[in-house]
Write a protein that binds this ligand. Structure first.
Ligand SMILES: [Zn+2]
Length: 249
């Protein structure tokens, strides 16, 4: 098990986690904008979508740039969505909460690596009703790493992942028949990633929790959208349940 110098001066780890969260948050904002639009994340500097001006270092400081320029492009004055600072602040909060609750440094590193992927999946699901396979695949790798630093029971993990996937496919069929709202294959794959990450007890709790959060999401989503207009994104409910279980384990 990896261990940082212990004890660290009070608060150092948490301040470091907050800064790291903001930096990864900035990456998540770019990733979640580019990935669904088929724009490469490896090439090209970020630019204002309205005037095309390339963003410089002073435009890219998480949260502060947005506040400094009062949520508008420095060149053309077009409003910059609040999604950018919101995602960055959320990431910083999640990183600090994880650093507060997770004592084992190996587990903390795995959770901090998984968190940007989980937030990115949630954002893309909310904005585009999609769970891109590339992100779910990255989360599966993080889930296996998480299992390695908890009980390393890979046989149980594989069996549980297959069983949960089958269960999710059945749920999808039943949902489509009864309420014309299926789970979708993206959600089924995501649920089997949850099964890869968590031992049986926490897995059952997390799936129950995801179900309850999913019902709440469904009611809120339906309330805010015209009937039948959009599919309900269940990814965030599944991911929030997994994140809480990983931190509380
Ligand atoms: Zn502009």
């Amino acid at each position: 098990m990896l261990n940082l110098p212990d004890p660290l001066p009070p608060g150092v780890l948490h301040v470091f986690a907050a800064v790291l969260g903001l930096i990864f948050g900035s990456f998540v904002t770019a990733l979640t904008y580019r990935l669904p639009r088929g724009i490469s994340i490896a090439t090209g500097r970020s630019a204002c979508p309205a005037c095309g001006t390339a963003l410089t270092a002073r435009d890219l400081v998480p949260v502060f740039s947005w506040l400094m320029h009062r949520g508008a492009c420095r060149t053309c004055g077009t409003k910059v969505s609040w999604r950018y600072p919101a995602i960055e602040v959320l990431m910083a909060l999640l990183f600090v909460i994880a650093a507060l609750f997770v004592r084992d440094h190996s587990r903390l590193i795995v959770i901090l690596a998984a968190t940007p992927i989980m937030v990115a999946l949630s954002v893309v699901d909310i904005e585009h009703r999609r769970l891109p396979n590339v992100l779910t695949g990255c989360l599966a790798v993080a889930a296996i790493a998480s299992r390695y630093v908890t009980d390393a029971d890979f046989v149980s993990a594989a069996v549980a992942a297959a069983a949960v996937f089958a269960f999710a496919v059945i749920l999808d069929h039943v949902g489509r028949r009864l309420i014309r709202q299926g789970l979708g294959m993206g959600d089924a794959k995501l649920m089997s990633v949850v099964a890869l990450a968590l031992p049986t007890g926490p897995l059952l709790l997390a799936l129950g929790c995801a179900g309850c959060l999913g019902v709440v999401t469904g009611l809120l989503w339906r309330g805010g959208h015209p009937v039948g207009a959009t599919q309900v994104p269940f990814g965030p409910a599944i991911l929030l349940a997994l994140w809480i279980a990983m931190v509380a384990l």
